[in-house]
Design a protein around this ligand. Structure first.
Ligand code: PA5
Length: 448
């Protein structure tokens, strides 16, 4: 099967090949450290061999659980989670779904909606209104079991689902995905008798999309989790430490972005030319931002959807501060075929495009944008997928994960912790007078 491709030509044209090649040894050592678990954060490296260790039992357990739920003729499957317990599933489902799945509603699969990824009162209120008139089941995902956003959402939706279906039937419509032994959600699941899946101890949230955290929701949306895992397995093999740097896409990407960072390119913009990839960039931003943004260091991960955002962010990218580089995810062939029609009046003067595929126009926009931005001083990395399907999304996920681990080590940080995420929580709890936060409450309120 074909592999995704990485093209660094338009990075080399800025900084030359040398700064990237200079990182070869360190990138290879970092890759070995990930595999041998000798580097920083080595208790969170369960994702490294995850694809090749996913067994038939695990996949069929996910599939049969989802099939049982679907037999209930669900309109909606609600996934409650935030951060790593949300973004992976959302990214994959959006990338693979019909753009208008929510309105067409004829796929034979429930529409997957998310909750607990914000504390928006309107969001939760309006979701609950919708659920009153829909058939639904839900998965609550939290490794710690105590994250405020999903815990609030689950409090509400648990009461609703029990009221709507009765406690016994509600129990059969709730799946809990959490730690194997500890945490509030594990305790609750045991008391209530929910079907559960385990988030392995050694896999952090942002690396968990290939665990039940992502697989359950992706299977519920009707996608082939086996093909996705196969893609990830193939990329695991293609980026293993025994694959030389010159052929190892993850090591090369990690080296290139660090070389650019050292050349004062502090912002990486992940670019797509297919709106289905919008949330893939959100997943990527968490992966790279949370892994690398620490100790006063790290590339700032940003994203744009082109060509839409060329009409908003294009000016800055072309002529603003020159601290940017772009990484473009390019999909070679779209799923569908559509041509520009001829128009006899030709008032828009576009008849020269008549008969051309829409994708040909999009591809020329992509090429033209890349050249314009390169001319404007923005180095470019291109990642090409043959198709947007489960198999290549699986490859892309593992490629970015492996590259992120290597890149974090090259940067000299622990890519597997996120100590900075606690600061807002501490303040929020202090402001809300959480028991145990009395001192913090006094201090923070004196600042107001
Ligand atoms: O990457 C991470 O670890 C975080 O984004 C977590 O996934 C997120 O904070 C949710 O945590 P939990 O699954 O414990 O509710």
């Amino acid at each position: 099967m074909e592999k995704i491709k990485l093209n660094l030509d338009k990075t080399y044209s800025f900084i030359g090949e040398k700064p990237v090649i200079n990182k070869k040894d360190e990138a290879e050592k970092s890759n070995v450290a990930l595999t041998e678990k000798t580097g920083k954060g080595n208790d969170f490296l369960g994702w490294v061999e995850l694809p090749s260790s996913i067994g038939e039992n695990e996949l069929s357990e996910v599939e049969s659980t989802v099939a049982k739920l679907k037999a209930k003729k669900l309109d909606l499957f609600i996934v409650i989670g935030i951060g790593g317990s949300y973004l992976g599933a959302k990214a994959v489902i959006d990338a693979l779904s019909d753009n208008f799945a929510a309105l067409k509603g004829n796929s034979g699969n429930p529409l997957v909606l998310f909750a607990g990824q914000n504390i928006g009162e309107d969001y939760l209120y309006e979701l609950r209104e919708l659920l009153k008139v829909k058939e639904y089941a839900l998965a609550v995902i939290s490794k710690s079991g105590t994250t405020t956003e999903p815990a609030i959402a689950f409090r509400l939706l648990k009461q609703d689902i029990e009221e709507k279906y009765g406690k016994t039937e509600a129990k059969d419509r709730i799946i809990a995905i959490t730690d194997e032994k500890k945490g509030a959600l594990r305790t609750l699941a045991t008391i209530e008798g929910y079907k559960t899946f385990v988030i392995p101890d050694n896999i952090g949230g942002r690396y968990s999309v290939l665990t039940p955290v992502g697989l359950v929701a992706i299977a519920a949306a009707g996608f082939d989790i086996r093909a996705m895992v196969k893609g990830a397995q193939d990329m695991e093999a293609a980026t293993a430490p025994n694959v030389p740097f010159e052929e190892n896409l993850a090591a090369q990407y990690a080296a290139a972005r660090n070389a650019l960072y050292e050349n004062n390119k502090k912002v990486e913009i992940l670019v797509n030319f297919n709106p289905k990839l919008h949330f893939f960039a959100e997943w990527w931003k968490q992966l790279y931002g949370e892994s690398e943004g620490k100790k006063g260091k790290g590339i700032f991960p940003a994203s744009v959807d082109f060509t839409s955002d060329l009409h908003s962010m294009g000016q800055y990218i072309q002529e603003g501060e020159r601290h940017l580089f772009e990484t473009v995810i390019s999909v070679k062939s779209p799923d569908r075929e559509l041509c520009v029609p001829k128009d006899d009046a030709n008032l828009d003067k576009l008849n020269f495009l008549a008969g051309k595929r829409i994708d040909e126009v999009n591809k020329m926009a992509e090429l033209g944008t890349m050249l314009a931005h390169v001319d404007g001083g923005v180095p470019n990395i291109k990642i090409e997928l043959p198709l947007l399907n489960e198999y290549y999304i699986g490859q892309l996920i593992y490629f970015f994960e492996k590259a992120c681990g290597i890149s974090g080590y090259l940067l000299g940080v622990n890519p597997f912790d996120q100590p900075g995420v606690e600061a807002y929580k501490k303040n929020m709890f202090a402001l809300l007078d959480k028991p145990g936060f009395e001192e913090e409450s006094k201090k923070i309120k004196s600042r107001l």
